[in-house]
Write a protein that binds this ligand. Structure first.
Ligand code: NAD
Length: 483
């Protein structure tokens, strides 16, 4: 039987003021997973006022209460670890992503994020400004206030945790809107917060669509900062809306990751890493390494080994343990993938594999797509430049470091990329020259909660994770004392 969720506002589970609801369906077979409340601007207003009240009480946000906040974060982490099976299943059902990924990575990493920021909560401090005669001058790091958070569908709980954990650690209060496709694990996070008795109004979760609930949240005058993860197009819209009241913004946006394979790499390691980077989460990953550049001397070897491995990938139901690639999120996303594949062919690309939906009748009701590899595409073709957000990659040849850098940097995006070489000095030279927020050397897609993550160029602004991610939820006050 389908689940039913209300919204979590001011410590209570409530319907939408309009009494409207929306459905969450499994993209793999269209079955109804849950019915959730559909928020409008009135609901957003109630949630923001609750967050404002909780912040203004000064109990939650006081720097003296950092150990108390840390305690809540630790409890959340413990429960997430304990409930990984249930949460992973819910996540896979609503997002279409393989259960192997949600149960091994997403939920545990979300828990780790809460533990990490619990440890940092009591260490937020300012600095002493250099002394002058009869002056004491120092800075304080204070919470910003009410944070409006909006997250996408591809890592629903994990990406929410990247925001919620540091924002709470720093003493802010939150109104969080998950994707309309995948609100369930974020609502479960609210359940956990309720169970551990987090003060009313500190975390509020509203469920609804971007155009109404999302825009109402971004424009609300009592929201002090917006932290958004999603597409670059929506990020541009959000920045435009935030400009009206000069809200602070953190934007984690799209990408078109370059993955550079030098001839002196460990080939097996590189083939595995490029596979993971390209097809993990059926390619619905902002950091996906979708532009693979291979140095000419190993072109034939790489392409042949890579194709052998790709053909073994199992596209299947997200709840099957042997599934490597699940379902795309929606018909719209499937249409987008099909559009770009036809553009790739029209622009001269040669398909090495994929380029179609799987023929297995058991998958006919879902938005599945085969892993797809193009070669012979001009570097400026649409499929080399636009984020497709599906299992479609291009492999192109290069000769030497300079050409690799030029090809990799030929993009409006700058989120993340990889370099495969056994010459570590060359790897480090490349890291310096690539216009990316993250560079992996002999790895692709490793995210550590301790390390900052975010984009160069049109991939965003601000950072999540690491100490940088915590400081992004603080503002600096200078205190000057005449002695
Ligand atoms: P999206 O931009 O369509 O939606 C993201 C969220 O924004 C959803 O909650 C949606 O309801 C909301 N939204 C949509 N329009 C809005 C508006 N006008 N005002 C306010 N909110 C609005 O993105 P998506 O399809 O859910 O996710 C895929 C995109 O997210 C890709 O571009 C991907 O690269 C990006 N992404 C980036 C990162 C990162 O860390 N850089 C991580 C994951 C995903």
């Amino acid at each position: 039987m389908a689940l039913v969720y209300d919204m979590f506002i001011d410590g209570q589970w409530v319907h939408s003021v309009s009494e409207e609801t929306m459905e969450v369906r499994c993209p793999a077979d269209q079955s109804l997973v849950a019915t959730v409340a559909k928020a409008n601007s009135d609901d957003v207003d109630v949630a923001v006022q609750a967050a404002r009240k909780a912040f203004d009480k000064d109990e939650w946000s006081s720097y003296l209460n950092a150990p108390i906040r840390a305690d809540y974060l630790r409890k959340i982490a413990t429960i997430l670890h304990e409930e990984v099976d249930r949460l992973a299943e819910l996540e896979s059902l609503s997002s279409g992503k393989p259960i192997m990924e949600t149960s091994m990575i997403d939920i545990h990493l979300a828990a780790d994020c809460f533990s990490y920021y619990a440890d940092l909560a009591s260490h937020i401090g300012g600095r002493q400004v250099p002394l002058a005669q009869q002056v004491l001058d120092f800075t304080l790091r204070e919470p910003i206030g009410v944070i409006g958070m909006i997250v996408p569908f591809n890592f629903p709980l994990l990406l929410a945790s990247f925001k919620v954990a540091p924002a709470l650690a720093a003493g802010n209060t939150i109104v969080l809107k998950p994707s309309e496709y995948t609100p369930l694990t974020v609502l479960e996070l609210a359940h956990i917060c309720n169970r551990i008795g987090i003060p009313d109004g500190v975390l509020n979760v509203i469920t609804g669509f971007g155009k109404d609930a999302g825009e109402a949240l971004v424009q609300h005058t009592e929201v002090d900062k917006v932290s958004f993860t999603g597409s670059t197009a929506t990020g541009q819209r959000i920045m435009e809306l935030c400009a009206k009241t000069l809200k602070k913004v953190t934007l984690e946006l799209g990408g078109k990751g370059p993955n550079i394979v030098f001839a002196d790499c460990n080939l097996d390691q590189a083939v595995s890493g490029v596979m993971t980077g390209a097809f993990m989460n059926q390619g619905e990953v902002c950091i996906a390494g979708t532009r693979v550049y291979v140095e000419r001397p190993i072109w034939d070897q790489f392409v042949s080994q890579f194709l052998t491995r790709v053909k073994k990938l199992k596209v299947g139901h997200p709840l099957s343990w042997d599934t490597n690639m699940g379902s795309l999120i929606s018909q719209q996303q499937l249409d987008k993938v099909e559009y770009f594949v036809s553009r790739g062919i029209a622009q001269g690309g040669h398909l090495l594999c994929g380029g179609k939906r799987p023929t297995d009748p058991e998958l006919a009701a879902g938005f599945f797509y085969e892993p797809t590899v193009f070669i012979d595409v001009p570097a400026d073709a649409d499929i080399c430049q636009e984020e497709i957000f599906g299992p479609v990659i291009v492999i192109l040849p290069f000769s030497g470091e300079a050409e690799a850098v030029a090809l990799a940097n030929q993009s409006k995006y700058g989120l993340a990329g990889g370099v495969w070489t056994q010459d570590i000095k060359k790897g480090l030279r490349m890291a310096r020259r690539l216009q990316l927020g993250t560079v992996w050397i002999n790895n692709y897609s490793m995210l550590r909660v301790e390390a900052p993550f975010g984009g160069y160029k049109q991939s965003g602004m601000g950072r999540e994770l690491g100490i940088e991610g915590l400081l992004d939820y603080t503002q600096v006050k200078n205190v000057y004392v005449e002695l």
